[in-house]
Design a protein around this ligand. Structure first.
Ligand code: CS2
Length: 493
């Protein structure tokens, strides 16, 4: 039997499932980016909120849209939008069935319909998980007018990028004199709400509509949020695990996640689900400290594990984090470099860092470093360069950041020589590979040209030449020999 609404009553009693009839859901939220993270995070919190509110909660069904994945939305529809969340504890897996998605929509073929939906008066909240690269921002957090996707978007009848879709939808709301939905970014972007507001306003202005840009700035609320749950991509084994835990009921699209769940949302006026019914969700006045701690200490450390792990033949985060040398480097980097500017007590920083390393080592989470390494050019500024700059200004060492950047450059250099054994995905991949081709074997020239990309690294770093020299030296060491030996030396130093 395939998982669906009618199969819910056949599930083993221990399996958590919706305590409402999913057929009665109305759509009150529109989501852009129906991927694994959304299904493991926001949908779980929305389901808890619906449970909490009883019948009144039924208006918070989610229209979950994707521009890229028709197969996933097809499969969701075949299962009445029900799927299994597999919570991977270090010593076992727990299955929960999710059913808070009211409509699964592939919008790639018809972005106009999706845009129309943003202006539906019943949609009170538009949420997004389109990843950092989906914002098309410069290191300063402004819309990058040179981005190929944005340029292409402006020449099309209907936009395909998230900023373009939001602008077109909000334009419709304005033309109809409606009340705009709250736009809630759930991406790992620094000051995600403020940044999204700026990007959307920039996009409207780039379309030549300054009045719309000003209207958005004045009337649309973009709360900041911090989201956190490690969600590895789908693996075939997930299907088998779901079948076993669901007592033989088949689910083609389960999603795995770690037990940890955190969602910190800047309080906003307006109707919303009682998301705080889900443990780990909080509404606060200022998200800043949570966001900085997470972006720098979790996401930044993920990057060093990914780029160094990828070169040292440690293919998953858990293997990279449990490697004695790289694990020690990551622990030190997280606690002593990446905590720069995070306004928490020393004690809180210690326990947050210890908790993160335990999460990274969770053997139930199969998270490939190749995945975490994607789109580094869009992640570098907020996650790595901000604390690095602060450390340099305070005269503190930046050994980990230098290693991280050198490893990242090395991925492109090896890729350019067709010698990188894992995949490389980045919105600026062509330009970065070209730098490596032009400066083949000249490590200084490579480091200099990478760091000169202000849209990635921002303005020159303090003692910029010193940083270029340190990165070039690390590139030389990484290319000379055994990467694991280099990691052991760095760990000892
Ligand atoms: C990861 C994140 O791919 C990445 O950039 O660092 O997806 C990370 O797993 C999540 O932010 C955890 O909440």
């Amino acid at each position: 039997m395939r998982l669906s609404r009618s199969a819910l009553s056949s599930l083993p009693a221990v399996v958590y499932r919706p305590r409402f009839d999913p057929a009665l859901l109305k759509s009150g939220i529109l989501h852009l980016g129906c991927g694994s993270f959304h299904r493991a995070h926001q949908v779980a919190a929305t389901q808890a909120a619906i449970h909490h509110a009883g019948d009144d909660g039924l208006r918070w069904g989610i229209v979950s849209a994707t521009m890229r994945r028709p197969t996933l939305t097809d499969q969701l529809r075949q299962q009445d939008n029900c799927y299994t969340l597999l919570t991977r504890e270090p010593d076992g897996t727990v299955a929960s069935v999710m059913a808070a998605i009211s409509e699964a929509v592939f919008a790639g073929g018809d972005p106009g319909a999706l845009i129309g939906r943003i202006a539906d008066p019943l949609i009170r909240i538009v949420t997004l998980t389109v990843t950092a690269s989906g914002y098309h921002i410069t290191a300063e957090g402004r819309l990058d007018p040179e981005s190929d996707a944005i340029r292409e978007d402006l020449s099309r009848p209907f936009p395909h990028t998230a900023p373009g879709i939001l602008v077109a939808g909000l334009d419709l709301v304005r033309q109809r004199g409606g009340v705009p939905p709250v736009v809630l970014s759930c991406d790992n972007v620094a000051e995600n709400g403020d940044t999204l507001r700026q990007v959307v306003m920039d996009y409207a202005a780039l379309r030549g509509d300054d009045a719309l840009s000003a209207w958005i700035g004045a009337h649309v609320v973009f709360p900041n949020t911090m989201v956190d749950r490690i969600t590895p991509p789908f693996q075939e084994a997930d299907v088998e695990d779901a079948r076993r835990l669901l007592g033989g009921v088949e689910d083609a699209i389960p999603v795995s996640a770690e037990p940890w769940f955190q969602w910190i949302i800047q309080a906003f006026d307006g109707e919303r689900p009682v998301w705080e019914a889900h443990p780990g969700t909080r509404f606060v006045r200022d998200v800043g400290v949570f966001e900085r701690a997470k972006l720098q200490m979790l996401n930044g450390t993920h990057m060093i594990l990914a780029y160094a792990g990828g070169l040292a033949d440690l293919p998953t985060v858990a293997e990279a984090a449990t490697d004695p040398a790289l694990g020690a480097i990551a622990t030190h980097f997280m606690r002593h470099e990446q905590s720069a500017g995070v306004a928490l007590s020393e004690e809180d920083l210690d326990s947050y860092a210890a908790g993160l390393m335990t999460r990274f080592c969770n053997p139930g989470i199969a998270h490939d470093v190749e995945r975490i390494g994607r789109n580094g050019s869009a992640k570098m500024a907020a996650r790595v360069i901000a604390p690095m700059r602060e450390n340099l200004e305070a005269g503190r060492p930046v050994t980990g950041a230098v290693l991280l950047i050198a490893c990242w450059i090395r991925w492109f250099a090896l890729h350019e020589q067709e010698a990188l054994e894992i995949g490389l995905t980045d919105p600026r991949a062509d330009a970065l590979r070209q730098i490596c081709a032009d400066a083949r074997d000249d490590h200084r020239a490579q480091a200099e040209a990478f760091l000169a990309m202000e849209e990635v690294f921002g303005p020159p770093l303090p003692d910029h030449d010193g940083q270029v020299a340190a990165i070039a030296d690390m590139l030389r060491r990484l290319s000379d020999g055994d990467v694991r030996a280099v990691l052991r030396e760095v760990a000892k130093a």
